[in-house]
Design a protein around this ligand. Structure first.
Ligand code: B16
Ligand code: MG
Length: 224
């Protein structure tokens, strides 16, 4: 268990600050329908926080597609996704996200966004939060995707902090695993069945304050 000397927050993007997860789902659904592969919302749950290629692999299973076909399908899904995020604005920030970002900045806590998405920079710009963060780690930053801790370790390094000084906020089981593996504090957003391994589990960021979180982390340490 790391000590409580939190100096930085590393936010996952999709599913934490904004709900682009829905657009990822709709884009994969369109691709699967075109390919005649059975897919639905329930199956999509396994794709949460998973990289583009690994997501496609989960969808196609053992169907024998060539590398060229795989590349084409990834590009096609991405083109659907890019079209869908075209009209994203600050209104697409999830409840509580902007208030927490502002409070953290006022408290001089460093902020990074660590997203497995290669479209993260576009999304952040459209959401209007680029000026509120100190660093972005995205789908281009590291080789090994979540659940490997690499993306979060990269973000901590960018913030010039030790992993134990960072809190990761994640909505995916793979992301919580990556944070814990990297020696960071983890806040899981979503149901206990999905993110229950995190130090703190919250349904969403609505009404969540840095003051309250600090208290909860200190309490967590004193009772562990
Ligand atoms: P792209 P996150 C992840 O973003 C998404 O949750 C996941 O659904 C997506 O496949 C992955 O990014 C790659 O995204 O295809 O845009 O490069 O949750 O890590 O912010
Ligand atoms: Mg996510």
């Amino acid at each position: 268990m790391p000590n409580v000397d939190i100096r930085g927050f590393i936010f996952d993007l999709d599913g934490v600050l904004t709900d682009t997860a829905e657009y990822h789902y709709l884009a994969w659904q369109k691709l699967a329908d075109e390919a005649g592969i059975p897919f639905n919302r329930e199956k999509n749950e396994a794709l949460r926080g998973v990289s583009r290629r690994a997501s496609l692999m989960l969808i196609i299973g053992d169907r024998p597609y060539s590398e060229d076909q795989i590349q084409e399908m990834m590009a096609r899904k991405n083109s659907y996704y890019v079209q869908m995020i075209e009209n994203i604005t600050a209104k697409d920030l999830l409840p509580g996200a902007i208030a927490l970002l502002h409070e953290l900045r006022q408290a001089k806590i460093k902020i990074a966004i660590a997203s497995g998405s290669k479209n993260a920079r576009t999304v952040i710009t459209k959401l209007g939060i680029a000026d509120l963060i100190d660093s972005l780690a995205d789908g281009y930053s590291v080789q090994k995707a979540k659940p490997a801790p690499d993306l979060f370790l990269y973000a901590a390094h960018q913030l010039d902090l030790n992993p134990s000084q960072c809190v990761v906020v994640e909505d995916a089981a793979a992301g919580v695993e990556a944070a814990l593996d990297g020696g960071m504090w983890a806040i899981g957003i979503g149901p206990v069945e999905r993110v229950g391994k995190a130090h703190i589990v919250l349904p969403n960021l609505a009404g969540v304050t840095w003051k309250d979180l600090q208290f909860r982390f200190i309490h967590k340490l004193s009772t562990s």
